[in-house]
Design a protein around this ligand. Structure first.
Ligand SMILES: C[S@@+](CC[C@H](N)C(=O)[O-])C[C@H]1O[C@@H](n2cnc3c(N)ncnc32)[C@H](O)[C@@H]1O
Length: 255
């Protein structure tokens, strides 16, 4: 767990101010606004709009972006809906970048907290919604669903993307096979579930873009770029084999 946190943290410390990583993401996700720098494989304006609609939040509401990374996706939803945002991530470097971005965009109703997603420290029954993009697969599924159920108000909605395992021997052991079953067992009813059909194309778009800019990334951020470059090559290689995970969009309501 600590190893994963340190890996994410040093990667965010490297890319947070990176001009080249900004170019990488704009090439991969041309529809996203310039200021929104994700570290995920499925972001698009269509997805963010769908999350905003699914959460059914408005200016009086509050929501969480769980494992928010550098804050862009949650801030976009907060700007779109007017709702207050608390972003959570266990990387201090990500939280620092997210806090800076909120300040730059003048969004005082957003705060970012450096915490573990399965034990956020947030008050119970206090949020109307929760979003999460490409992250809960890194956490014990039952523990994160239990924490989400704890902090949402009854009737609160979770809208997220994640991966489901199609095989037993994935390198990330926490990827669940059936998140609908996990959320149902934790007191949610399922409102929407869809396999993201184009997800592997968008995965490839990011990893192809990282690979294309590899020399520029190394020149700008040095050795810190290595894990990202290795992952990109590995993922492009694996994309040629039959899929071992499916990407999903899930919306569930706490009963
Ligand atoms: C693929 S990134 C997605 C980031 C962000 N949602 C986005 O779309 O840019 C996964 C994120 O999960 C965070 N993360 C992974 N495990 C976590 C945990 N147990 N608690 C809190 N954050 C975690 C990482 O630091 C990273 O920011």
């Amino acid at each position: 767990m600590d190893e994963a946190r340190l890996e994410f943290d040093s990667m965010y410390a490297a890319i947070a101010g990176s001009r080249v990583y900004r170019q990488v993401t704009h090439r991969a996700f041309p529809d996203l606004p310039e200021w929104l720098i994700p570290y995920s494989v499925s972001p698009s304006l269509v997805l963010l709009e769908r999350i905003a609609q699914s959460l059914n939040i408005e200016p009086d509401s509050s929501f969480v972006d769980l494992a928010c990374g550098m804050g862009g996706p949650g801030l976009w939803v907060s700007e779109r809906t007017g709702a207050s945002l608390v972003g959570i991530d266990f990387s201090a470097a990500a939280i620092s970048a997210a806090t800076k971005l909120a300040r730059q965009r003048g969004i005082a109703r957003a705060t970012f907290v450096n915490a573990e997603a399965t034990g956020t420290g947030l008050p119970k029954k206090s949020f109307d919604g929760l979003m999460s993009i490409d992250a809960i697969q890194f956490m014990d599924a039952r523990s994160v669903a239990t924490e989400i159920a704890r902090i949402l108000r009854p009737g609160g909605i979770v809208a997220l993307t994640t991966m489901e395992a199609l095989v037993d021997d994935l390198p990330v052991a926490t990827v669940a096979k059936d998140y609908r079953a996990v959320f149902k067992a934790t007191g949610f009813s399922i409102c929407d579930y869809e396999q993201l059909a184009d997800s592997f194309e968008s995965d490839n778009a990011l990893f192809e873009s990282i690979d294309l800019y590899r020399d520029a990334l190394v020149e700008e951020i040095g050795e810190a770029a290595t894990p990202m470059l290795e992952e990109a090559r590995d993922r492009l290689e694996r994309a040629k084999a039959p899929p071992r995970v499916r990407k999903i969009f899930l919306v569930a309501q706490l009963q």
